[in-house]
Every structure is written in C-alpha cells, then in structure tokens.
Design a protein around this ligand. Sequence first.
Ligand code: UDX
Length: 435
Amino acid sequence: MKICVIGAGYVGLVTSLAFAKINNKVICVEKDIEKVEKLNNGIPTIYENGLGELLNECLSSNNILFTNDISESVKNSDIIFLAVGTPQKMNWDVDMTQVHKVINQISNYIDSYKVIVNKSTVPVGTQKEISHLIIKNGVSTKNFDVVSNPEFLKEGKAIDDFFNADRIVIGCNSLKAKNIMKKLYASFNSKLIFTTPETAELIKYASNAFLATKISFINELANLCNKVGADIETVSYAMGLDKRISPLFLRAGIGFGGSCFPKDTRGLVKTAKKYGCDFKIVKSAIDVNEAQRMLPVKFLLAKYKEIKGKIISILGLTFKPNTDDIRESPSLYIIDALLNRGAKVKCYDPKVSIGVKDMFPNIEYCENLYDSLIDSYCAIICTEWDEFKSIDFSKVNTLMKYPMIIDGRNILNLNDIKKHNIYYISIGRSNIDNI
Ligand code: UDX
C-alpha cells in the first residue's frame, strides 16, 4: 500500500520502517531537512535497537523515502499517518499545535480518498475534532476518514513492540477505512481490535496511566520497606507470581520518566477533569512519582547536612537504559536539586550527553564511570545501565572522597556490597549501611 508518515521521531521513524519492511511504499515527511538527509543516507537519527539495519534494509529495497515535501507525499499516498509530537503544556493540557498544523497542511493536498491515521497520543475526542477541522478546510467528507491507531512502543524495544504488539487498536467509524486498515495489518499476528475512535484514544491513555500507577504503587511499598526493614524485591517477586498482578512494571526505584508516562498521566487527569471526573488514583501516582525521584537528595542531605561545594556523581542521565532519551529523566530533577544546594555535579552516561549540556552547562561530563567518581562524596545511580552493575568497588573506595552509593535502580548486589566498606542505600531493599 502507499503510505505517508508525517514525523520522523521515535514513533514516526519506527512506523515508517516497519511498514516499509513488509513491502509497503512509504514516504516519511520530516520538517528537519538535516534529519531527512541523514535518513536518506542510512544514518539513524535516534538510538533504537536494530534501527540502523532496518533503515538500510528499507532504503536498499527502495520501499522508503524521506522528504520534507508534504504536498506530493500526501497526494501520492492512500494512508497518511500522523506521528508528530503532542507534548504537555504547563497546565497539563496536551499541546495539539503540531497536529493542527499538519492537518491544515495536508487538507490542501487531499485530492482523492485518504485514510488519515492518528498514531500520536492525543486526548479523547481528537478524531472528531480533526475530522471537523478537515471539513472546515474545505475537504469533501467523501475524500477522507480519520482513524485512531495508538502506538504501544517502548523505547529501546520499539521495533519488536511494533511487529509483536500485544494488541493493535483501531478506532474508526467507517467500513471503508476499517477494510483498508484490516488489509494494512493483515500480516501481523497481533490481536486486532476495532472500536470507536474515542475508545481507541482512551485505551492508549488508560494503558500508560495504569503502568505508571503500578510503578508508583511499588515505589510507595518500597518506601515502607525502607522503614520496616522488609525487602521490596521479595515483595515484588511474590506479588508478581500472582498472574493477575504479573511481575512486569513492578520494579521499585526513583520513579518513571520518559516522554510518555509523565505526559500521558497528566493528560489523562486533565481530560478527565474537563468531563467532571476527578482521577484521584492517577493524580496520586503522579505525586508519588514526583516525590520518588527526590529520594536520593533526601538520603544525601540526611547523611551530609551541607552539600555546598561537595562533588556528587550522577551515574546515568537517560530515563532508562538502551536509549539516548533524557526526556523527564529523574536524573535531571536530581541534578537541578543538587545544583540549587550548591553541590558540584559530575555525571556519566554511556549513551548521551548532548541534550543535557544545554540544560546544565556547568556540570562536568565525564568520559567514563570512574572519572565521575574522583573526589566525589556520593554516587547516585539514576539509570540501570549494564556497565554500572559491574562497578569495581575497590575503585569506589580509592577514588571517592567518601564511598557512598545511592542505588536509585536497585541494581547492585547486596552481598558484593557487604564485602566492601561502602555506605550503600537502595530503594526498599533490606538495607545494609556501614555507618
Ligand atoms: C512507555 C510504555 O511502556 C509504552 O507502552 C508506551 O507506548 C510509551 O511509554 P517507555 O516510556 O519507552 O514506554 O518506557 P518504559 O519501559 O515503559 O519505562 C518508562 C519509565 O518507567 C522508565 O523511566 C523506567 O525506568 C520506569 N520503570 C519501568 C520503573 O521505574 N519500574 C518498572 O518496573 C518499569
């Protein structure tokens, strides 16, 4: 089929390449010409497992083209995916600017029947809203249908998640559009759910908000474990054996980050409020998460009354491992809090430092883990990168001013720690501290 994907970000790029891989003709429209050039030359613009190989495979089979020309791309396509950003506004509203801008643009080029598919995460009611916008722009109702097809891609596993989705959700009102979407996804072995657009839009928010709530639930329990000396990993393991609970997304730590959970939980609360529903549980999950990421600072201040002038090491900047994405990463909030208290920050992340340098120009970016520990009074593990799991504790003792580790992702082995004279704090594990 002839597909146009608008937006070459995490979702748009993976969507474009996945459909190209199964022999559709895909044009991916991206406004950033530099990105267009890189992608047409086989250079990935995001860090995603397997993306480079998939990009070059699709380029050599001639099934994918990147461009910044939206007109021809829309005219030459039957299905148009919107995969543009829907960031969160300060008042928690979903910022639909990019979606509206693209809809107004493509309206000029709909000269035959098109299925317009919303892949971006958008508030309930968006399908109706953009249908009206397209009609207002003078497009005949015969020439389009708008469909909701939310994505459930986890960064770092997005390609696998696309091809092996637990479910593919499609919200549409027209049989014509339904048949086209059925044909598009015919070769997928995931459960295909057809429903109304509002239901599809809500399924996306509901799924993300539930996962985020699950994380905040286990984090609250972890905080209680810290107080009563129970072990959160055993609690989580035993809970997860109950198939109704499942062990997934039950890992305690310093909370969730990323471009989705923080934004989507707030977006859902705001949408619900608009319809007179007070989403107390999701609101609490947000509050718990915002407090959880400040835990390392709390532990640090309990140890050192004064951290002004002290070097503190931040291990891991990304919101999770195997990605280069720092959006809403807990580490950013921790760095900000440390700087506000006059601490000096040295950080190391195996994958990223670009986006952070603009945010925090006056912190030290180290080339490796051990440089970041030199003269440091505490190392805070914010991301569970594999290389941190095998940290050399003897170096911790020799390099650091004081061998203190706050393990925000509970990744270090308690028995190994016991063998070294390290003041160690983790999140809810039956703690050992050698004061
Ligand atoms: C999430 C959803 O999983 C995905 O379905 C949706 O399409 C997009 O948002 P993503 O944000 O890429 O995917 O990352 P995910 O793996 O879900 O982790 C989100 C955050 O939760 C990370 O900061 C991670 O560290 C944290 N997390 C995850 C926990 O703290 N504990 C867990 O048990 C799992």
